[in-house]
Design a protein around this ligand. Structure first.
Ligand code: NAI
Length: 392
């Protein structure tokens, strides 16, 4: 199958590398000549590095690169079996693009978007044949991150999601199937990792260095929430938070914080701008955590209970299967454990108690426990462990 990728920025270039390495002929298109050249150079250099490290042979690297065709001419897409776009995150621009693409490609060609925050249904609606439209959402950097979310829209024809899942698997990736709901799996379930950490900071329960310490040292996360937000960039992370909140019809569970909004407004984007929560300028003093284990565990269990609640609620609303929810969080954002398995390990009654205590204290909808969690505690069931935990 010949694959067309539109948009040769961070994501498009990475995805083109993945599919070329998997053996497909790839047409990579961008309207910006400089971006296209940069993408070509970065893909070639990435493939060469893989060969130098012995991960692929030099012949395989050269063959992958030969399968890649850089183009500014969309008519070269006339023989594509799949066209995937990774252009600017703007609904009107994406819709216009697919109106043009659909006129050029064969009737059997699958159309796909890598959008993070728009609904797949809304982009598909611009097409004459929306039943061939689907979401294929990669993570950054695409060649390294294993997870790919496959998102059928309400218009997508039955069977296409399974075909695409098999195709993604043949690219050497781990596909998970998810509903066309805001944030799909990862960007929805991960929200409290940032939001609840900021809330704890705002209330002065712990400072950011201590919260980061608790999540990494006690929780086993690779990065603490503040270091991670600075790494992702507040321009990106704040926008995702705001878009998920708006798309969920302003459900208070996803409410963005003023703390992060102000960093965004100030241009304190994090590492890339030299300042975010932390100060990355040369010689800047770094705050030290207070390694108080009791405080650390309180912070960890509060954030973890909120994350688990999101995962349980996503399961309750059939956003994804148990297995795919676990894969998404461990492979998409490298969590040390799947959240449902972690819930089993902590004990579901314990998690529910943490949430109910927060609800009792604040009376905010943000802390409402998922009805599924409550039902499971009542029935004594667990997500994966077979034995009943026997609480009534
Ligand atoms: P980017 O800004 O790095 O690249 C976008 C590219 O698309 C640019 O080179 C631009 O010249 C080109 N472009 C814009 N409009 C075009 C058009 N009409 N025709 C042809 N080329 C056009 O953006 P990035 O970060 O690669 O994101 C692309 C898409 O992937 C967005 O929808 C984004 O939401 C999504 N995404 C981004 C992730 C990330 O971490 N950056 C992760 C997963 C998805």
């Amino acid at each position: 199958m010949i694959i067309g990728i539109i948009g040769s920025g961070a994501m498009g270039a990475g995805i083109a590398q993945v599919v070329a390495a998997a053996g497909h002929t790839v047409h990579l298109l961008d309207q910006n000549t400089a971006a296209l050249q940069r993408a070509g150079q970065s893909i070639e250099s990435n493939l060469n590095k893989l060969a130098e490290k012995g991960k692929i042979t030099p012949e395989a690297a050269a063959a992958s690169f030969r399968r890649l065709h850089l183009t500014e001419d969309i008519t070269s897409f006339s023989d594509c079996g799949l066209v995937l776009e990774a252009i600017v995150e703007d609904l009107a621009v994406k819709q216009q693009l697919f109106r043009e693409v659909e006129m050029l490609v064969p009737a059997t060609c699958i159309l796909a978007s890598n959008t993070s925050s728009l609904s797949i249904a809304s982009i598909a609606a611009a097409c004459q044949q929306p039943e061939r439209f689907i979401g294929i959402h990669f993570f950054n950097p695409a060649p390294l991150m294993q997870l790919v979310e496959v998102i059928p829209a309400v218009q997508t024809r039955p069977g296409l999601a399974e075909e695409v899942r098999d195709l993604v698997q043949r690219w050497g990736k781990l596909p998970v199937l998810t509903k066309d709901t805001p944030g799909f799996i990862v960007n929805r379930v991960a929200r409290p990792f940032y939001g609840e950490a900021i809330r704890i900071l705002e209330e002065g329960i712990a400072d950011m260095a201590t919260i980061d310490w608790a999540m990494t040292e006690l929780g086993g996360f690779r990065m603490g929430p503040f270091a991670l937000m600075d790494f992702i960039g507040h321009d990106v992370n704040y926008r995702v938070t705001e878009s998920v909140f708006t798309s969920f019809f302003f459900d208070p569970r996803y409410k963005p914080s003023f703390t992060q909004k102000r960093l965004f407004e100030a241009g304190y984007y994090g590492r890339k701008s030299g300042r975010g929560f932390y100060d990355y300028r040369e010689g800047a003093a770094q705050p030290e955590p207070t390694p108080d284990e009791a405080l650390g565990r309180q912070v960890l269990h509060r954030i973890l209970a909120m994350l688990i609640n999101e995962a349980v609620d996503a399961l309750a609303l059939n956003v994804a299967s148990k297995e795919d929810l676990e894969l998404a969080m461990t492979k998409g954002v490298n969590y040390p454990k799947g959240l449902l398995a972690w819930a089993d390990e902590l004990g579901l009654p314990q998690v529910l108690q943490t949430l109910d205590a927060l609800y009792e204290e604040y009376h905010e909808d943000r802390y409402r426990a998922s009805p599924l969690l409550r039902r499971m505690v009542k029935s004594g069931h667990t997500f994966f462990q077979h034995e009943s935990i026997g609480t009534h």
